[in-house]
Write a protein that binds this ligand. Sequence first.
Ligand SMILES: *Cc1c(COP(=O)(O)O)cnc(C)c1O
Length: 361
Amino acid sequence: MAKHNFNAGPCVLPKQAIEAAIEAIRDFDNTGIGILEISHRTPGWERVMAEVEQLWRDLLNIPEEYAIFFLGGGASTQFFEVPANLLKTKAAYLQTGVWAKKAVKEAKFYGEVEVVASSEDKTYNYIPKNYTIPTDADYFHITTNNTIYGTEIHEDIDSPVTLVADMSSDIMSRPVDIKKYGMIYGGAQKNVGPAGVTFVIIRKDLLGQSGRKLQTMVDYATHYPEEARNHSMFNTPPVFPIFVMYQTLKWVKEIGGVEEMYRRNKEKAALLYDEIDRNSMFVGTAAKEDRSLMNVCFVMAPGKEDLQDEFMAFAKERGMVGIKGHRSVGGFRASIYNACPKESVEALVATMKEFEALHTK
Ligand SMILES: *Cc1c(COP(=O)(O)O)cnc(C)c1O
């Protein structure tokens, strides 16, 4: 039976990226040697590095004043590398979920942290709206998509201070006005590749400005020296995850870029949210205006709670994988990232309809 992969991360990747990765393990770039065994200093690899940087620039319209590089350690490592590099005296954070809360915790190692607003009071089921960004903060940190709760900041907000965004779970899902941000980072494993590589996009004038003595690897300036061929190559980069990311971005470009991705994502999300709102068995958990295009969270409708396990088994029998909600929210979460095909969403919607029919006859 065909599987429909709704895992929250790592998650579904484009088929053609997987095929290219399998081929590259056998033979990279017609060298007769597989990608897991080549040196990262070979010309073929240096070309991939240059092309992957260019793909990022083309797909997201990243201007020349911004550096882009790739690291290990996941988004979680950036939770402390961001303040190490950017926090001089004080930083401001919007606390929209546990990822944001973890970022707050790490920032406190480096200075004063002001949480301008938090939605923890309601299990992070909405995005706080009326808050003031302190103008004396070195930066303001947001999490654009809250993977666990299914809420998303849909606009590029205006900030009077440097805006820093964790875009782990919605990067490349919609066009972004890069110039509104000082820095954007995230783990690749939700929308742009497999686990093992982290992307950092940062305005070059923010490099080397912390006034703090930093360990070489922690200092962002290390990873983007002026000579173009050495970006992300201070030490051995995560070669294989970067290769799969490269293939994933080539696919995004081929289907029509981030604009087309956004159109597809809105279409998929509408299909599923419309069904949740229509179907008497289920209710959505996130505030409607803040609903994420990437992670769709829902629970059994009031009075139907005891059918939760039954629906889980029913869906599993029909090939649905990874729809169990995070333990802090319960119920179900369907992650419908870029590479999740519309057919999978249609299959889930059909399953929900079938389940309702079974229980309302
Ligand atoms: C998954 C996720 C993280 C954690 O990423 P790691 O790469 O596993 O450290 C951080 N922030 C958000 C928004 C996420 O979805």
